[in-house]
Design a protein around this ligand. Sequence first.
Ligand code: ADP
Length: 160
Amino acid sequence: MTRIAVFPGSFDPLTNGHLDIIKRAIDIFDKLIVTVAINTNKNALFSLEERVQIIQDVINYEKLSDVYVMSTDRLTVDFMKIHHANYIVRGIRNENDYLYERDIANINSVLADNNIESVFLLAKSQNEKLSSSMLKEIIRFNGDISKFVPKVVLDRIKSK
Ligand code: ADP
């Protein structure tokens, strides 16, 4: 059976932490779909279309095969049914992430009648403190985020 996983998130913007999880996940699964969700908060840096395009550019730049990116306005479990995915990949940075992710995983499992499995990858120590929301703050004050995002992302932010 082909093991298809989704990696859902906002990715506004994609960080080195996200990219690390993508690279490690594709070593485990046959196919990985990065699913970019509608951003409900008003502090969005990039639109949904821009975020998808940026992630596609990163996938191409890094030559990641079997990794795809799609936007979705569906519940993750509904998206997964359509795309025959059985695994959800999420990254865990700290105990807060763990508690949050545990609740989501339990709810998703119920929603999908136990037909899916959530798989958690621990953030690399250098990425533990890294979040898109913190980067957005630094960007708004014109700070240097070159150490925290892939070059493709950095170029897009600079040209914005
Ligand atoms: P969401 O709004 O769904 O939390 P994010 O884009 O913030 O979306 O995160 C998507 C996933 O990536 C989550 O599982 C999150 O825990 C994980 N993640 C975020 N930042 C990092 C990081 N620095 N290292 C590893 N995983 C991360």
